[in-house]
Design a protein around this ligand. Structure first.
Ligand SMILES: NC(=O)c1ccc[n+]([C@@H]2O[C@H](COP(=O)([O-])OP(=O)(O)OC[C@H]3O[C@@H](n4cnc5c(N)ncnc54)[C@H](O)[C@@H]3O)[C@@H](O)[C@H]2O)c1
Length: 335
């Protein structure tokens, strides 16, 4: 007997990552879809098999459903994920874990009370280049990390989400809360914490709505660009840029400067990982390119979530780690 999973929120991330990856997972027997817009749930059930339900109660009160993916918009995570945990389901929640640290703490409390697993979709950790970089850093092949720079920018979410227009929730303060900082920035904050086995402590940042306009032609309510200087607990210094206004190819790069060389990750469009050593040697690693909005390959996150349930082990991205990244987003925004 396989596992039955529910998906709450049937927009783009459910369609391009969660549903196909559950479908491809050999342990998953059935996917049950719910969206507060029922036609979206029906649409994914038709596309991927499984069935759609009309209320979240039908999902949460069904004892045969073991796990839930919360793919709703940021404002709803603390409601849906909390309810699902307290209904006895394991939950894979999309990032950012919540639209505030306060709401994220509600989720973590539900995790504690329920004893169920909570994993957060910080999928950047799982790419082959990031995994290899982690291995090199953990083995201290390049000595200690001194500084870093990281970027994540693309053309913006109005061409990604299920509502492909400037009225998208991604542009609304009430629903997105943190704009590009919580949308793209949090991925790289989590990545830096993970790769460096460290935590960002001090932040100096600038952010603004420089170019995006809403459906009324007014500047959006959240930031579309962030630049910041960062200092970690272990004293590493770094810079980061997050943008929804890179109107060309996506920038998903991270460069880590160490005592004995440099790690360049997704910094060259043709080579995902380059290791340059102080002695002049250069090693190029050829992996598949990173998932982008136009290139959806298996992220490995769903498989990791299902494995954590089957083998009863701690998920690879925990609620505590996700809240640590959310705290940095709040610092960046000065809230
Ligand atoms: N991990 C990643 O790389 C990644 C990439 C894109 C989006 N995301 C995250 O995934 C989440 C969803 O983003 P998306 O791009 O799919 O957005 P989307 O707008 O395409 O889809 C969101 C869906 O959720 C539904 N929804 C909203 N609130 C709901 C509620 N309370 N109950 C039921 N359904 C509800 C909407 O009707 C919509 O169909 C966001 O938190 C976003 O930050 C993560």
């Amino acid at each position: 007997m396989g596992i039955k999973v529910g998906i709450i929120g049937c927009g783009s991330i459910a369609r391009f990552r969660h549903a196909p990856e559950y479908k491809a997972n050999p342990h998953v027997e059935e996917i049950i879809f719910f969206d507060r817009r029922p036609e979206r749930a029906e649409c994914l059930a038709n596309e991927f098999g499984g069935r759609a339900v009309k209320t979240d109660e039908e999902l949460l009160n069904d004892p045969s459903i073991v796990a839930i993916s919360d793919c709703s918009s940021n404002d709803a995570h603390h409601i849906n994920t909390t309810k699902a945990l307290l209904s006895g389901k394991h939950v894979l929640c999309e990032k950012p874990l919540a639209n505030s640290v306060m709401h994220a703490e509600v989720i973590l409390e539900a995790e504690r009370i329920s004893g169920k697993k909570l994993m957060v979709d910080h999928n950047q950790r799982f790419t082959k280049a990031h995994q290899k970089a982690k291995e090199i850093l953990d083995k201290k092949e390049l000595g200690e990390v001194l500084t870093f720079k990281t970027s994540f920018g693309h053309q913006g979410p109005e061409s990604w989400g299920v509502n492909k227009s400037n009225s998208t929730w991604f542009f609304k303060k009430e629903r997105s809360h943190s704009g590009v900082a919580g949308d793209l920035g949090i991925h790289k904050i989590d990545l830096i914490h993970y790769l460096l086995d460290d935590e960002i402590e001090d932040v100096h940042s600038f952010h603004g709505a420089l170019d995006k306009v809403d459906e009324n032609g007014l500047p959006i309510e959240v930031c579309d660009n962030v630049v910041c200087a960062l200092k970690t607990r272990k004293g590493r210094l770094g810079t980061a840029s997050f943008s929804w206004t890179y109107y060309g190819s996506e920038d998903n790069s991270t460069v880590i400067y160490c005592q004995k060389g440099i790690l360049k990750i997704y910094n060259d469009p043709d080579v995902p990982l380059v290791v340059e050593k102080k002695d002049g040697s250069i090693k190029k690693y050829e992996f598949e390119s990173i998932q982008t909005n136009n290139n959806q390959t298996n992220t490995g996150v769903i498989n990791a979530f299902i494995d954590s349930i089957i083998h009863d082990v701690k998920p690879l991205v925990t609620g505590e780690q996700a809240i640590a990244s959310l705290r940095i987003v709040e610092k960046i925004l000065g809230s």
